[in-house]
Design a protein around this ligand. Sequence first.
Ligand SMILES: Cc1cc2nc3c(=O)[nH]c(=O)nc-3n(C[C@H](O)[C@H](O)[C@H](O)COP(=O)(O)OP(=O)(O)OC[C@H]3O[C@@H](n4cnc5c(N)ncnc54)[C@H](O)[C@@H]3O)c2cc1C
Length: 284
Amino acid sequence: MKVLENESLKKYTTFRMGGNAKKMYFPENIEELTSLVNNNSNILKYIIGGGSNLIINDKKDFEEVLCLREFNTAIENKGEGHFYIGASVRLQKAIKTVNSAGYGGMEFLFSVPGLIGGALYMNAGTGRKTHKYISDFVVSVDVLKDGKICNISKDECKYDYRKSIFQDDTGCVILGAEFLFPEITAEQAKKGIDDRIALCKKTQDMTYPNFGTVFCVSNTKIMDVVRKFHFGYKNGCTYSPKRKNWMLNRENGTFDQAIKLLNKVKKMHKFFKKECKCEVRIWE
Ligand SMILES: Cc1cc2nc3c(=O)[nH]c(=O)nc-3n(C[C@H](O)[C@H](O)[C@H](O)COP(=O)(O)OP(=O)(O)OC[C@H]3O[C@@H](n4cnc5c(N)ncnc54)[C@H](O)[C@@H]3O)c2cc1C
């Protein structure tokens, strides 16, 4: 198993921010992962997949970080729309493979720069209006918990908007999942992907590193004001002037800046007695 020492976490996040991992582990199979977890349960505190939904403290040295990018990259076609997909598979690869077998439905995730494990943890999907989620296709999820592999049914995953049971259970590693996809034509698959890419090009702000949507619960009017004034720091972290509910790291952004900007918006919500909840995960 690859183990890196004093590895900068910055390059593992799409927001390009983070301190060092004193030790960063890259298990390549279930045996390596199990022995790692059995010898040290602290290892489960900081798990990173694609790193596309994370703000990591840039002043902190993290003792141990578990990186699941090289863990399980297998996709098994089990027939009749059933697929087993490993936690380390990129969403784009999963979609393309399923499509090439004549199945699909998950093309709306083609724009998401994460892995299957992270997407199952976050219940990645579209916004509330179109409400399409990875969980729509989940049959069950395999996790490593207390040193044992457990199969969790979709119901037990308690999926909701950007919510899963895994967010409440810090001692569990997502290993992979069984999915069931409907049959679709190659044209439908292509259209699904093309439409998603076109929509994201038009609406998202990719001018600087980011982590996608900031808050999974927020008030539209407040977020409109935040976008209009795009509070932030010159050459640092700032809210996007283009896309509502979106933060950018203009090259020299710091963790302190990002947290101040998050808190500012939370305070605005509190002042107007509106609900507000972070979507992005924060490693303090
Ligand atoms: C440009 C851009 C566009 C985006 N668009 C969308 C979108 O349309 N819809 C959407 O929902 N999200 C979107 N996101 C956010 C993000 O890509 C998703 O939340 C994605 O599912 C996160 O996956 P990841 O592998 O990068 O997870 P990470 O960022 O690595 O981790 C996220 C959380 O999951 C945990 N985790 C990761 N893997 C595992 C595992 N195997 N076992 C246990 N815990 C694990 C981590 O500890 C962390 O708490 C976007 C982000 C960007 C940068």
